[in-house]
Design a protein around this ligand. Structure first.
Ligand code: GTP
Ligand code: SPV
Ligand code: MN
Length: 591
């Protein structure tokens, strides 16, 4: 274990408060993991699936009222409210510690406290940051074993240092009214109580690798972003890397693992996945921006994943995977979800644990779904057929292009390029997207979600924008910044762009732009491709449709500008003047 006094005294203190019957240290060994799986199966917390069809796979159901992140109950607790900003919920740190201490007191009586030493990033690398999560949930332990790098080597790398993130999670009563996900960036501390859902309880992920890490990144001169990372390999073997920020359930996992369309595949192009959710970025000694994926697995959206939309994700989940809130096929002891295939199981249990009749399923009524719309798989990155050979490279990969994107039925064109870094930062800051099932609350409402970080920035949003502008000045060879929208719809509400693998056609224009090889039209919002420069060979789509997808409607953009102005007002007085100037310039160009 460890003789680190900071670690030991903190655990003692948390133990005194939560009063577990026993404390078990997680060492990262397969034997221990296997014993925990067996224990979870014995208690009913997990169901072991068909070992032949899905080796090493399990099914778990959360409580019915605990299926997504709870943004309204997520707090940043800085000593000064203005450092948390208006977009985040704020609570005074002392008040929060007091309030949650009461909820934690005795919460682990009769239970086991697991101590999980984990690393975000490769243990021992310059980029790595260490955390310890204390939890009373085996499900959390097993998910953390997949999603992060866990074990004694983390404690060795930490040595006697006090620089680790202290995470405490207790399921308590899963009481919604007392559910809290609280971050204390000034104390490197995260407290989560009364939930058992991934994003609220796998504290290495959104809580640490985004909220706390974004705070640290600003202090230390790097960036923590809600971004996938992928590499496009050219026929000559050269690989160019792209990172892309889309809000939750807007296509990061899908883009990160895309399968190139035939026209590219046949020529020898390949796409490699480095990460599907989070990127840590810093300036390299060569003046480029370098990215690592701090995670070790994928916590992906199950519904819609199939052998056409995302065969690589599907293949990744065929072994060593924990499925959460999907349908249980009793005849095969396997799993199913909406959009997997057209053969829903006849003898099935839905995500709530009740018998499920697929004949009553109506795709327009989410309440008839067998799998929850935010049901997920937890799978190992190394099981992904297209995992990049740089996945475990401590140096990461150099980024050529940064892409922002959201779900917009109208307004945003298929793709456009910003004029420069400052304008690109502006483009990220005005991102908007329809809300999804990844967070509790209404679905399909357009809201501003800057850089897809609205729920994940650990400090004031205006300061966050300023940090982006600052970083731009420190990257001599900065990536070019783009915006995409795969989700424009026609008058019947159907997506116009085929999406998924065909998104590669847009990536190729983006990379050609970075290489100075593609033309563009300068519009009020940025550079837009000439329709003929998006390769549609092999697609059932005309150049006119592409023209339509690329069109920029000044009236709806002017409407958007009014909304952006309001949003900037909401953020408050720390929005950088440069971005307000960009907004004024955009309005002027729109006329
Ligand atoms: P988080 O894990 O919540 O951060 O989500 P994500 O951004 O990784 O989203 P993911 O790739 O899991 O996709 C979410 C949903 O969007 C799934 O239902 C996909 O089928 C759908 N989707 C992804 N890419 C596309 C696309 O190009 N076009 C369309 N129409 N839908 C897509
Ligand atoms: C997201 O919601 O953006 C996710 C899933 O990636 S969660 O871990 O729940 O945040
Ligand atoms: Mn995400």
């Amino acid at each position: 274990m460890t003789s680190n006094k900071h670690v030991l005294s903190w655990i003692e203190e948390m133990q005194a408060m939560t009063q577990p019957d026993r404390v078990v240290w997680i060492d990262g060994s397969e034997e221990q993991a296997e014993a925990l799986r067996a224990e979870a199966v014995a208690s009913g917390e997990m169901i072991k699936l068909n070992e032949e069809k899905l080796p090493g796979c399990y099914l778990h159901r959360t409580a019915v009222n605990d299926v997504a992140r709870v943004e309204g109950r997520t707090f940043i607790c800085t000593s000064k409210k203005e450092d948390t900003g208006n977009i985040n919920n704020w609570m005074d740190p002392k008040e929060c510690y007091d309030k949650l201490s009461k909820l934690y007191r005795g919460a682990m009586k009769g239970r086991t406290m697991y101590v999980i030493p984990y690393s975000m990033g490769i243990v021992g690398s310059d980029f790595a940051k260490y955390g310890i999560e204390l939890t009373d949930s085996i499900y959390v332990v097993l998910n953390m074993l997949t999603m992060t790098r866990v074990g004694n080597n983390v404690l060795e790398a930490l040595g006697d240092d006090a620089g680790f993130i202290k995470g405490l999670h207790a399921k308590a009563d899963l009481d919604e009214e007392n559910r809290y996900i609280c971050h204390f960036p000034e104390d490197n501390t995260i407290w989560s109580v009364n939930s058992g859902y991934g994003g609220n309880v796998l504290l290495g992920k959104k809580c640490f690798a985004l909220r706390i890490a974004s705070y640290l990144g600003r202090k230390e001169g790097w960036m923590a972003e809600h971004m996938l990372i992928l590499g496009v390999e050219y026929p000559d073997g050269d690989v160019k890397y792209i990172s892309a920020a889309f809000p939750s359930a807007c296509g990061k996992t899908n883009l990160a693992m895309l399968i190139p369309p035939e026209i590219y595949k046949n020529k020898g192009y390949k796409v490699w996945c480095v990460g599907d959710d989070i990127a840590w970025l810093r300036v390299g000694s060569d003046g480029r921006l370098w990215a690592v994926n701090p995670e070790n697995g994928f916590f992906g959206v199950a519904p819609g994943t199939n052998d056409k939309s995302n065969p690589n994700a599907l293949a990744t989940t065929m072994r060593d995977t924990i499925f959460t809130n999907v349908v249980h096929d009793l005849d095969n002891n396997t799993v199913w979800w909406e959009g997997l295939n057209d053969n829903p199981p006849a003898n099935a249990i839905d995500w709530k644990g009740n018998p499920w009749d697929y004949k009553k399923y109506d795709k327009h009524d989410k309440s008839t779904c067998g799998a929850h719309p935010n049901s997920r798989f937890t799978a190992k990155a190394i099981n992904c057929p297209c995992i990049s050979d740089k996945f475990n490279d401590p140096a990461g990969v150099p980024i050529s292009a940064i892409i922002f994107g959201g779900r917009r039925a109208k307004t945003a064109p298929l793709v456009y390029q910003s004029f420069n870094w400052q304008h690109g930062t502006f483009v990220g800051s005005i991102m908007a997207s329809e809300t999804t099932a990844a967070a509790s609350g209404a679905v399909g409402v357009v809201r501003r979600d800057p850089m897809a970080m609205r729920p994940f920035t650990g400090y004031d949003m205006g300061d966050y924008f300023a940090h982006w502008l600052e970083m731009g000045k420190k990257i001599p060879n900065a990536p070019k910044i783009f915006h995409v929208n795969w989700f424009r719809t026609d008058d019947e509400g159907n997506f116009i762009w085929p999406g998924f693998g065909d998104n590669m056609r847009v990536l190729m224009w983006i990379l050609d732009r970075c290489a100075g090889k593609a033309d563009a039209v300068e519009t009020a919002i940025g550079y837009v491709p000439k329709a003929e420069d998006i390769n549609i060979e092999g697609l059932d789509i005309t150049a006119d449709t592409i023209r339509e997808l690329l069109s920029v409607d000044h009236d709806s953009w002017l409407e958007d500008c009014a909304n952006i102005e309001e949003f900037y007002e909401t953020i408050g007085d720390r929005v950088p003047a440069e971005l307000k100037e960009e907004l004024a310039a955009l309005k002027k160009r729109l006329g």
